[in-house]
Design a protein around this ligand. Structure first.
Ligand code: 8DG
Ligand code: MG
Ligand code: MG
Length: 144
């Protein structure tokens, strides 16, 4: 395969849950440009999934999170992008450490802004990996 010299990347992304809503932002990054995606980013050397989730949330939204839980892992190939990419993405859930905190758009070159969306009323278009999960019936909210 042409791409066999490229590295697989690892990302950690977060379903930040508030009531029946999740936090999403419209991407400005080249991969998935203009689609709505979860906060998160690349796992750095030496980090736990929880540390990466907290750091990315802080960097991208200014929010502090708690109760991080591993929900699922997906293998996704972005072959239609100008630069093909291959990600193993760790999907976590979390809640706000301080329910009064409001998301800020701290990386405006990468995101148009953050907002809360009801799970039954998600914005379109969703980032492809997220859309695939929704289509498959995935739900990040606790069932109990
Ligand atoms: P960093 O420099 O802060 O580490 O990277 P980033 O700019 O925050 O990376 P990102 O694109 O937000 O996330 C890394 C990759 O994670 C992304 O290119 C593909 C994968 N990914 C998914 N689903 C999602 C998702 O819903 N949101 C985000 N942000 N990334 C996702 O597979
Ligand atoms: Mg990031
Ligand atoms: Mg990101």
């Amino acid at each position: 395969m042409e791409n066999n010299k490229r590295a697989v990347e690892v990302a950690v992304v977060v379903f930040l849950l508030r009531g029946k809503k999740v936090l999403l932002g419209r991407r400005r990054s080249s991969v998935g440009h203009s689609t709505f995606s979860l906060p998160g980013g690349h796992l750095e050397f030496g980090e736990s999934f929880e540390e990466c989730a907290s750091r990315e949330l802080k960097e991208e939204t200014g929010l502090d999170i708690k109760q991080m839980e591993l929900l699922t892992v997906k293998n996704h190939l972005f072959l239609e992008e100008p630069e093909p990419a291959h990600y193993v993405t760790i999907f976590m859930s979390a809640v706000l450490a301080n329910p009064e905190q409001v998301p800020q758009n701290l990386e405006p070159h990468r995101c148009d802004g953050w907002d809360w969306y009801g799970w039954d009323n998600l914005p379109k278009p969703l980032f492809r990996p997220l859309e695939k999960m929704v289509q498959a019936g995935f739900n990040p909210f606790p069932t109990a």
